[in-house]
Design a protein around this ligand. Structure first.
Ligand SMILES: O=C(O)C(=O)C[C@]1(C(=O)O)C=C[C@@H](O)C=C1
Length: 120
């Protein structure tokens, strides 16, 4: 593999290696390390989001009524849980709650499309 600042392993803060270690952004000294860390985190987030959307396909399959796709009470609980978890971890609760509002809205739109595809 080509070596250089664009190919740092964010889990090691330097050269590529085989053993996975926790990321430690406090130890970073270059933007290449920051960006490699961000790229790796984004890859993991997208994988988790793909799993979350798969759960929406399951919900669409299981819910008997189109009107059940949007559940405001559950939406509020999901957002409150995300905010509480973020704050427990020292992350900004307002920002996470805003992202989760958009995530659940996107999930509802996706679940609605899937419901119509299956039962429309
Ligand atoms: O819990 C549900 O009923 C879902 O369909 C999941 C979900 C979510 O994104 O978490 C999506 C739509 C509902 O409004 C509530 C929550």
């Amino acid at each position: 593999m080509e070596k250089g600042a664009d190919h740092v392993n964010p889990r090691q803060g330097g050269a590529m290696g085989l053993v996975s270690q926790p990321m430690n952004p406090e130890s970073y000294t270059t933007m290449a390390q920051v960006r490699a860390g961000v790229d790796e985190i984004d890859r993991q987030i997208v994988a988790l989001l793909a799993d979350r959307f798969a759960h929406m396909r399951a919900a669409a399959r299981i819910k008997p009524e189109r009107a059940h796709v949007r559940d405001e009470e559950r939406k509020a609980l999901v957002i409150a849980n995300a905010r509480a978890e973020a704050e427990k971890l020292g992350a900004p609760g307002d920002a996470i709650a805003m992202l989760w509002d958009q995530l659940v809205e996107a999930s509802i739109a996706y679940e609605m499309e899937e419901f119509d595809r299956l039962k429309g």
